[in-house]
Write a protein that binds this ligand. Structure first.
Ligand code: GDP
Length: 684
């Protein structure tokens, strides 16, 4: 029998989770009582735990939907707040604290919230029951509240006092029944007294005869009658006041029993005691649920038909859950990664690294070969950029001493290049490029606005790349090691690099020329000429100050003109070098000292080729293998169901789809459970 009630409570809770289906409600027991009527004590004596918020200023602001589950297998009372994902709570002080917090979260100005707190308590000692502790209905309403708030409170409460719920109206024996606001409220909702059980608390505070007359109330007759209880003996008179928790409740029940036993004759023919109350509640709830079940079957079926139809029309019966949606997202991402893998492979790595090394080569050449006395450039003493180098490169001489000088110079430049830390440089370059590409990839999908998913994808990429970073950098560095000692050049390599160097320098000339032209355009040709002449004569200060003032040169203009001078000289040096590279002496690798551009280009190419070999295998291939797996881990197993749900429901269409499907599933589940219970009832 008990199991049947539990199944019906389960059905009730399933139906409660179906949004907006207000007519799909199986009855519950709603508890009302004015402050200090003993409402909390009654509820707690049913549960056998103290868990409700106390204190004179503690007004309940949200309904508490309490589901009691008789669970013989559990060792003690366990509380759960399913909506908060708080399970297996055994500390009832903690439960009390959560309830206080949840109540206080409703601002005083709003008085109450219609949003119920769902609390489940499982215990071998509780009956299967479903109870609702209503917000400080009566006391708040009676207080000095503005009318709008009173209406709001009434609205929230009336919803619960309506059919088919059973009303548990609590009044204290020491207060005149005519003044019982609980009974008054119950009569408003249930004028014929068909769904109300009257609970009279604190029977110990009145003479047994008075108590009896209240319990046999003729003035306010209730079909389900009255039950008298003593749920708290004042501590000062109790022998058991030192007991706490369950022990205190057992002691309490014993005291209650002793009291009624003592006054047996007086209470004969009345309903008294917490134990009897529990039994009555179980019976009443089970009966009213059973009665409601058949009409409910029809209602659920109608609702299911309606929902199934919508699901078919709108979504063609296509199955979609939050998890499935996430799986689709992951699959799409995997596809994108695969396509990205086809776009970003060895050739792309190569060109990235090569252009980085080209830049390093150009910097080195500028540092070691192409600089010349630049008296007109504002000198930065710490910078090597404007160092003097003798003799000027344009006049490469072939005298013996000079040969040694140029040999050493090339050796130094080569060492500079091979020892820049190609391992780390290239690995960082590629990992950065991959991360940038991944970001671009995400931004091209509809995930771009989802910070959580975006972060998960980025973190997955970083974690995969990090795992490989050090070993890749070391491998690359090891493999280019031989180039730090010796570099052999073949004719073919020399020719390729010669062409490449010419291209590179031609581009450099073009860029420098464009930059120069731009300055010329902004300052004006004549003005620039004057400025440049002025700077070139800077070392000859006679009359300079006067001229400077006369001509109105601003510091900003002078700076731009210095830049222009630098660019002009750069263009002339580069043109000179281009001539050299194209000349017959740079045709042969034996003349490498006279053609450092070509030789360094050969070195850069060798470094690139070797590095790419390892970067491709160690880093890139591994990334394409591990990244989708890591992504899957982070986007499915590592996220909570709630996070996945939040993600899926961000898309309004998906939200509607999933919610409609969930509704359909809940209705199907409820229907099948109703069928089961009805079948059992038929057999009984
Ligand atoms: P609530 O405000 O309606 O929730 O009432 P409480 O359950 O907090 O009880 C109010 C006061 O009445 C508390 O001081 C309880 O100890 C006391 N009380 C509750 N039930 C009984 C009872 O059966 N007998 C006696 N003597 N006191 C009770």
């Amino acid at each position: 029998m008990l199991n049947l009630t539990r199944q019906m409570i389960e059905i009730r809770n399933i139906l409660l989770n179906i949004n907006g289906a207000t007519d799909l409600r199986l009855p519950s027991i709603v508890v009302i009582g004015s402050q200090s009527s003993g409402k909390s004590s009654v509820l707690e004596s049913i549960v056998g735990q103290e868990f409700l918020p106390k204190g004179s200023n503690m007004v309940t602001r949200r309904p508490i939907e309490l589901t009691l589950v008789n669970d013989p297998s559990s060792a003690s009372e366990i509380a759960e707040f399913p909506a908060l994902k708080m399970f297996n709570m055994t500390d009832f002080q903690q439960v009390q604290k959560v309830l206080v917090d949840l109540n206080l979260a409703v601002p005083q100005s709003e008085a109450v919230s219609a949003d119920p707190i769902q609390l489940t308590i499982k215990s071998p000692r509780v009956p299967d029951l479903s109870l609702v502790d209503l917000p400080g209905y009566i006391q708040v309403e009676a207080a000095d509240q503005p009318l709008t708030l009173k209406n709001k409170i009434r609205e929230v409460c009336d919803k619960y006092l309506d059919q088919p719920n059973i009303i548990l109206a609590i009044s204290a024996a020491d207060v005149d029944m005519a003044n019982s606001s609980a009974l008054r409220a119950a009569r408003r909702a249930d004028p014929r007294g068909e769904r109300t059980i009257g609970i009279i608390t604190k029977l110990d505070l009145v003479e047994p005869e008075v108590a009896r007359s209240i319990l046999t109330n003729k003035k306010y007759p209730l079909k389900m009658g009255y039950v008298g209880v003593i749920t708290k003996i004042p501590k000062s008179t109790s022998l058991f006041h030192k007991k706490t928790g369950l022990q205190a409740f057992i002691a309490q029940q014993n005291a209650e029993r002793a009291y009624f036993k003592e006054n047996k004759e007086v209470f004969v023919g009345t309903n008294v005691g917490t134990k009897l109350l529990k039994r009555k509640l179980i019976r009443v709830l089970e009966r009213s649920m059973s009665e409601a079940l058949k009409p409910m079957h029809q209602l659920v079926m109608n609702e299911l038909e309606e929902t199934s139809y919508k699901f078919k029309v709108e979504f063609n019966d296509r199955d979609l859950t939050c998890e499935k949606y996430m799986a689709q997202t992951i699959d799409n991402l995997k596809m994108e990664i695969k396509e990205f893998g086809e776009r970003f492979g060895r050739p792309e790595l190569r060109s990235l690294l090569r252009s980085e090394l080209d830049q390093k080569v150009l910097d080195l050449l500028a540092l070691r070969y192409w600089n010349k006395s630049e008296p007109y450039l504002s000198k930065n003493p710490g910078s090597a950029d404007y160092e003097f180098e003798e003799p000027p490169i344009a006049n490469l001489s072939s005298s013996k001493n000079d040969d040694v000088f140029w040999h050493r110079k090339l050796d130094l430049a080569t060492a500079n290049l091979t020892k820049i830390g190609v391992g780390r440089l290239s690995t960082t370059l590629i990992t950065d490029a991959i991360l940038t590409e991944i970001e671009v990839l995400i931004d091209s999908t509809n995930l771009r606005n989802n910070t959580m998913i975006k972060k998960a994808i980025k973190d997955a990429a970083i974690s995969v790349l990090n795992q490989r970073y050090n070993s890749t950098a070391d491998q690359v560095e090891n493999c280019i090691k031989p180039f730090k000692y010796e570099i052999e050049v073949e004719d073919r390599e020399w020719n390729v690099s010669r062409t490449h160097s010419v291209q590179l320098l031609t581009e450099e000339v073009k860029e420098a020329q464009e930059a120069y032209d731009f300055i010329k355009k902004t300052i004006g040709g004549n003005k620039l000429k004057q400025l440049m002449t002025y700077i070139e004569n800077e070392n000859n200060p006679v009359g300079q100050n006067i001229e400077r003032e006369n001509m109105g040169f601003s510091p900003g203009m002078l700076l731009r003109a210095r830049e222009a001078l630098f660019l002009r000289d750069r263009v002339s040096v580069l043109n000179m070098r281009l001539k050299g590279l194209k000349s017959s002496s740079c045709k042969h690798k034996e003349n490498k000292f006279k053609c450092p551009e070509i030789f360094l280009d050969v070195v850069a190419e060798k470094l690139t080729q070797t590095a790419i070999l390892f970067l491709n295998v160690e880093l890139l291939s591994d990334f394409y293998y591990s990244f989708p797996r890591e992504l899957e881990k982070r986007l499915s197993s590592n996220l909570t169901t709630e996070e996945i749900e939040n993600y899926a429901k961000q898309d309004p269409k998906v939200k509607r789809h999933i919610e409609l499907q969930q509704r359909k599933e809940l209705l199907e589940l409820a229907l099948s459970k109703i069928d089961d219970v009805v079948a059992i009832q038929k057999r009984m």
